[in-house]
Design a protein around this ligand. Structure first.
Ligand SMILES: [Zn+2]
Length: 323
């Protein structure tokens, strides 16, 4: 992330009077810092009670780090929007993204604020990066808990706060993290968008750890295949061939070839025994899964690359779209 030119930084003392916060619909008054870079306009809104000329230094530094990450990503993928807005507040959970917008909300005081932002920014990018191929990768990830390889909690310290002071005051933030809590960071099993956001954060912020997990001897063969597919999708389709590591461990891999190595039959197998956590969410998933299996059975002799060519990279049957 070094060496990224942040661009012109401007303060906007104007208040956004009646602005809704994305996480809880409360009304907030915000002060804004804006970075205008040739690649991206980054706006950080923070609560008015800091006052625009007395922002704590640590918060200012963190806003700079968020802007640097956003601009770095925008320089490397056309899938990122030209404008990103971040709302910063200490009063609620890790992060959120306004569906259908370029606005994220981040708890800038939490230890994993940067990872949370990378995850939420992944949701912004998924609006353009979604495809039938990714949905097939997602369905394959449901078998044998393969999605766990990109689970956010493996890559961050989670909720443990590292800023103390008058801005905080949420006592349970100091307690040990319970990763099974429904709001623990990351839930890549939930849908293709969540898998993408978790994978995106690992790829852009922790590429070495991600590569090591994929290539570890203890990693099951099909989990490694899923991990490789996910890595190549991000590298070749989203980042247009850019690799986050100087020495790319997957330099010989290609997305199209790897997708050709995944049979539709294997996706069906993954759906026949998805992880229980996925099924617990809602009984309607079971019906959706059986519809998808029925549909995939028409194509079970071909591979995923052929399926995407036949149906269209960006086309989904309606019941797959619902995921
Ligand atoms: Zn998410």
């Amino acid at each position: 992330m070094q060496g990224v030119e942040l661009g012109i930084r401007t303060r906007h003392p104007s208040r956004f009077g009646n602005r809704f916060h994305p996480s809880d619909n409360r009304m907030y008054s915000y002060v804004t810092i804006e970075y205008e870079n040739p690649q991206l306009t980054f706006r950080a809104h923070f609560p008015q009670h800091y006052s625009d000329d007395h922002l704590p230094e640590v918060v200012e530094k963190r806003i700079d780090a968020l802007a640097r990450l956003a601009i770095t990503i925008r320089m490397r993928t056309p899938f990122a929007s030209d404008e990103v807005e971040v709302m910063l507040d200490e009063a609620w959970g890790n992060g959120a993204q306004y569906p259908g917008s370029n606005t994220c909300a981040i708890d800038v005081f939490s230890a994993d604020y940067l990872n949370t932002f990378a995850h939420e920014f992944g949701h912004v990018i998924f609006r353009k990066a979604d495809s039938l191929a990714w949905r097939m990768i997602y369905l394959f990830s449901l078998g044998r808990r393969r999605f766990d390889i990109v689970r956010d909690s493996l890559y961050t310290d989670g909720w443990r706060e590292d800023i103390k002071g008058p801005y905080r005051g949420i006592p349970d933030r100091n307690e040990p993290v319970n990763w099974d809590h429904p709001y623990a960071p990351g839930h890549p099993w939930a849908n293709p968008n969540e898998l993408f956001a978790s994978a995106f954060a690992a790829f852009i912020l922790h590429p070495q750890m991600l590569a090591d997990k994929i290539n570890a001897e203890s990693t099951l063969k099909d989990t490694a295949r899923f991990g490789t597919l996910m890595y190549l999708y991000l590298r070749d389709d989203v980042f247009l061939g850019w690799a986050p590591l100087g020495k790319d461990p997957f330099v010989d891999g290609r997305l199209d070839r790897t997708l050709a190595g995944l049979g539709v039959q294997e996706v069906i197998q993954a759906l026949r025994s998805p992880h229980p956590r996925f099924l617990e969410r809602d009984n309607s998933w079971r019906e959706d899964i059986s519809k998808i299996i029925d549909w995939l059975n028409n194509y079970n002799a071909i591979n995923v690359a052929q399926l995407c060519n036949r149906i269209g990279w960006k086309n989904f049957p309606s019941f797959i779209l619902a995921f």
